[in-house]
Design a protein around this ligand. Structure first.
Ligand SMILES: Cc1cc2nc3c(=O)[nH]c(=O)nc-3n(C[C@H](O)[C@H](O)[C@H](O)COP(=O)(O)O)c2cc1C
Length: 195
């Protein structure tokens, strides 16, 4: 089963065209260490301001001690689907005592995008999530104070929708819509850009 249609996306290159955020992961799929390393390598080859590479990831494959420590801090809405994924990367960045914390956050987002696209290219899916108690998760995971957790990236393969609660099943069928270009691309004087 594929995701809802994406108007205009057919002209995009792979793997962007095929990327989406499923909420039904196969809780039996195990991700190998080599694949985890490849995903992390995609992150580290992202560009960053001055090549500062401010991103950090706590690597939490399902069944690991890190995963067990992280899961209790998920929001209620994420607590059903995230633990089924094969891997959670808890993404943070150095924002204390850095030259420009905004840029560090920007760079982390780009590294996360690399992970999601690399996952698709490997036949996996990635679904980012911000819904967890970041301070509590940082303590549970032993993250040092100069690193702020920003988001999680759940990675895995799609599972059987019949195995998950209605809420997670329905999440996948939400319409995937985007703002029209006229709302996001501007010309001089903040007028909608026109080709
Ligand atoms: C920083 C960030 C935080 C997000 N937080 C959540 C979340 O807490 N729970 C969730 O189900 N999805 C979360 N998402 C996924 C978005 O809802 C999803 O990417 C968006 O609806 C677009 O859908 P698509 O990724 O399938 O194109 C998050 C995505 C990002 C990038």
């Amino acid at each position: 089963m594929s995701h809802a249609p994406m108007p205009d996306a057919e002209r995009l290159a792979e793997p962007m065209r095929s990327r989406w955020s499923p909420s039904v992961f196969d809780a039996r799929h195990v991700i190998g260490d080599a694949d985890v390393e490849t995903l992390l390598t995609a992150a580290v080859w992202a560009p960053s301001a001055g090549n500062s590479q401010p991103w950090r990831f706590v690597v939490a494959p399902r069944g690991s001690a890190a995963h067990t420590a992280f899961v209790p801090h998920l929001s209620r809405g994420n607590s059903g689907w995230v633990p089924r994924a094969s891997l959670v990367l808890v993404a943070g960045c150095e924002v204390v005592d850095v030259k420009d914390a905004d840029t560090a956050r920007y760079d982390l987002g780009q590294a996360a995008a690399h992970v999601t696209l690399q996952a698709v290219a490997m036949g996996l899916h990635a679904h980012q999530f911000g819904g967890f108690d970041k301070d509590a998760a940082a303590v549970a995971l032993g993250v040092p104070a100069h690193v702020r957790l920003m988001a999680g990236i759940a990675v895995g393969v799609r599972g059987d929708p019949a195995e998950v609660p209605e809420r997670d099943r329905e999440r996948e069928h939400r319409e995937r819509a985007r703002r029209p270009l006229g709302e996001v691309a501007m010309g001089l004087g903040w007028q909608p850009w026109r080709p």
